[in-house]
Write a new protein. Sequence first.
Length: 364
Amino acid sequence: MVTHSNPSYYRLMNQEIELKLRLNPSELPLLEQVLTSKQYIAEPTLQLLNRYFDTPIMALSQGGAALRIRQQKVVGQDQGRIIQTLKTRGTSAGGLHQRMEWDWPLSEVALDLDIIKNSHAQDHLSAELDLTTIGALFTTDFQRKQWLYKQGDTVIEMVLDQGSVSTEEQCIDLLELELELKSGDAEILFTVAQNLAQQCPVLMSDISKAERGYNLLARSKTYQGIKKDWQDQVPVFDPQQDVISTFKAYFSYQLSALQRSLEIAIWDNQTEQKAKVKSQLTQLQVLLTLFSSIDCLPAAQLLQRQLQQAAEADINVSFIWGKITLACGHWLYQLNSDVAVFKMNPQEILALSAHVEQLKTGLG
């Protein structure tokens, strides 16, 4: 047909590990100036057109998956590649995204469902999913400027995407920088992102291109009744769980909620979201104080001071917001080695239980 059925011919990326940064168009010249320094290796600029597919009831997105066909070519060249990609549910902790991804080369722009059915990707989809009802829903069309950063065995791909997300009825602008770990140490991924945030106002983003497309689609009359809640649910409270696992689960959840509220408050200019951001900052500060073994850490005390600075700042794409969201994500990633693993004490259980109830009622 249009693909290669040999499993060795397509790429399976068990873990796509990346950070996503969002910025205002006015900051684009400054960011590009930073990226043209000698430490970053320029790669050819690409033009990418992506068609996203789903069932009429959004079964793929409801299951945390995204299916697309990408037409890709180097700017100035006629020939390119066509790739079918399936991404399934992953994890997002502190802005660091990890998910399963499969790529299959195609010879024409035509969805090939057989290669999904005949691959391990099928095991990661719902058994009730009816692939025969899948159709195209929205597109993303953008130019991608590329750089590589190398440090020892670590290779990071940095891509600056500028273009649009479109349905049949509406279109919105797209501008974001992605840093993807191709090999090596994820710690360096945060270091590179934080260095960029020192030089250019950026905001760590938790919203994918696919999610932007689905959100745009939800505004249309046809799909108005079908809406996915992309924000994760409040983690289930388990008093028997150890301190580190419990803290990381709730800090990650609250940081993700804060990032989303920040994006809506800044780019959609929603006043109610600005109030929500302030509340979520307070709740992050509260969470840090609930665990004595964590609150006493020098890194936690530094983070508290940074959170307080953010609480006093205006809500916009500024250096302070980029630094604090990346600092939170980086510390969360590092936390495993900082504290011994032991159970929560009765005071911590009682305090966290009340905190969780506040999160459930929307106060966080």
